[in-house]
Design a protein around this ligand. Structure first.
Ligand code: SAH
Ligand code: SF4
Ligand code: F3S
Length: 467
């Protein structure tokens, strides 16, 4: 007798950490014999992995959960699982408002999803099932990765920083690092399966392993004495760099307060460690930085940028900036603009401040009016776009090493890939391309190719293959 195949669909929202978690949900569902579907309509189980970092994200997700009511009505027996940060934050209130939810899972159930899902299925007649307690988690099991050559590797979960605008520490819990052996084992397995690029993930990668140092759990860092592991993150980078078969190692996010010279030196001296730093500035005003509880000043941030460029002159440096934090004056905002001019980021992700209830900044009375926030965001984006274009102009006529990703959606004759600095590069492949510049040599996703940059733009670099 053959069993009817069951299907799953995972919808992901939010940051890379969530993408990584979603791959893990998919992996466990496949272990249980489920196969993926392209849309939620055909699926027997739908997992919505949620984000609550800004209100805009929440509104989109709530719309999707709302839509699932109709989808479920046409597919009796379909299981709707809502997981991740918003589930953690809103808990039972979500269930009350959206009775179509069957399973509500907090952020630390990624590793035990299979067990919980099976318990739920066995007990289904009892109704909706909730698991929200924050627990520690060590990686087990498999993942189904989106990409065939590039793998997310979480090195730690949670955050201890409590920046006053941010909800993440409340929904992701305290920092918990994975042991070095556990991480290396996952990296080696990924390489054995053909992955050549990895990105080490954490809310603050520079505090990797500090929990082990504090608790005296030196064995988790592969050490017996504390002096040998003064800088656990740098030690991890060096260990990962030695894994045979890996081509590229990225990491994110770095915290300007904690990022050390040792980490920069390690990247400079490494072979596969990519010269890319995502260091979140958030604001260029010392007063606002203090009120955000960030632990550095604008001057210290610039010193860090200079230090990176001293070791690695063409390092790619990107950042996150919030506009319209409560009490942000015109002078504060101008300080941010000045700092952005001086730092010359390759790219900046700019956000309108969004009050998150439960965080200290959301309780403040001096919220900045929406119109002011929008106008400032536009000014800041104009400045950054001009800088990005001028940095990219500097790549004109240079040849860069690109890891090929695949054909673009718009035109399959145009391929995209990334530089070591994670810049998007486009080039023509095959016959019949515009200007006949298409490279006739074959290419597969994950392959390293060389592209001569002929047309730099604000968001990407265009060129032709020269290898
Ligand atoms: N841990 C990472 C990123 C966390 S969230 C870091 O500290 O760099 C990603 C970005 O979202 C943050 O860097 C911040 O710029 C932005 N962000 C967080 N809370 C926000 C809020 N309430 N409103 C607007 N942007 C926010
Ligand atoms: Fe949020 Fe700050 Fe932690 Fe980043 S470091 S996740 S911005 S609290
Ligand atoms: Fe990431 Fe959003 Fe959660 S940014 S940590 S998915 S709140």
């Amino acid at each position: 007798m053959t069993m009817k195949t069951k299907y799953y669909h995972v919808l992901n929202y939010g940051c890379q950490m969530n993408e990584s978690d979603s791959e893990h949900y998919a992996g466990q569902l496949e272990e249980m014999g489920y196969a993926p579907t392209a849309t939620p309509e055909e699926a027997d189980v739908v997992v919505i992995n949620t984000c609550c970092v800004r209100e805009s994200a929440e509104l989109r997700i709530l719309g999707k959960i709302g839509e699932m009511k109709r989808v479920k009505a046409r597919h009796p027996g379909q299981v709707l699982c809502v997981a991740g940060c918003m589930a953690q934050k809103d808990g039972e209130a979500l269930l009350k408002k959206y009775p179509q939810i069957d399973l509500l899972l907090g952020t630390s159930y990624v590793n035990s999803f299979r067990k919980l899902f099976e318990t739920y299925l066995g007990d289904r007649e009892k109704g909706a099932y909730t698991s929200l307690e924050v627990q520690s988690s060590e990686f087990e099991g498999t993942r189904v990765r989106e990409s065939g050559f590039s793998a997310w590797i979480p090195i730690m979960y949670g955050c201890n920083n409590f920046c006053t605008y941010c909800i993440v520490p409340y929904v992701r819990g305290r920092e918990r690092s994975r042991s070095i052996d556990n991480i290396l084992e996952e990296v080696e397995k990924a390489v054995a399966r053909g992955y050549t690029e990895i990105t080490l993930l954490g809310q603050n990668v520079d505090s990797y392993g500090k929990d082990f140092l504090r608790d005296g759990a030196l064995d988790k860092l592969g050490a017996t004495d504390a002096t040998s592991v003064q800088e656990p993150f740098a030690a991890l980078l060096r260990a990962v760099d030695r894994v045979p078969g890996l081509q590229r190692v990225h990491f994110m996010t770095s915290h300007p307060r904690d990022m050390s010279e040792e980490v920069i030196r390690t990247v400079a001296e490494g072979t596969h460690l990519c010269e890319q730093f995502h260091v979140a500035l958030q604001s260029g005003s010392d007063r606002v930085l203090k009120e955000m509880n960030r632990g550095y000043t604008g001057a210290r941030f610039l010193e860090l940028v200079r230090l990176i460029r001293r070791y690695i002159p063409d390092a790619s440096i990107t950042t996150d900036i919030i506009v319209g934090f409560p009490g942000e004056t015109e002078e504060d905002f101008e300080a941010t603009c000045r700092l952005v001019e001086e730092a010359r980021f390759d790219a900046a992700y700019t956000f309108l401040y969004s009050p998150r209830s439960g965080t200290p900044a959301a309780r403040r009375k001096d919220q900045v009016p929406d119109a002011v926030k929008h106008a400032r965001l536009q000014r800041l984006m104009d400045i950054q776009n001009r800088i990005s274009l001028s940095i990219h102009e500097g790549w004109r006529g240079k040849t860069v090493e690109v890891m090929a990703e695949g054909p673009t959606e718009k035109d399959s004759r145009i391929w995209s890939g990334r530089t070591r600095g994670n810049k998007l590069v486009l080039w023509p492949q095959g016959e019949g391309t515009e200007g006949g510049e298409g490279c006739l040599r074959p290419v597969v996703p994950g392959q390293l190719v060389h592209v001569l940059i002929t047309n730099p733009q604000t968001w990407l670099l265009k060129g032709r293959r020269v290898d």
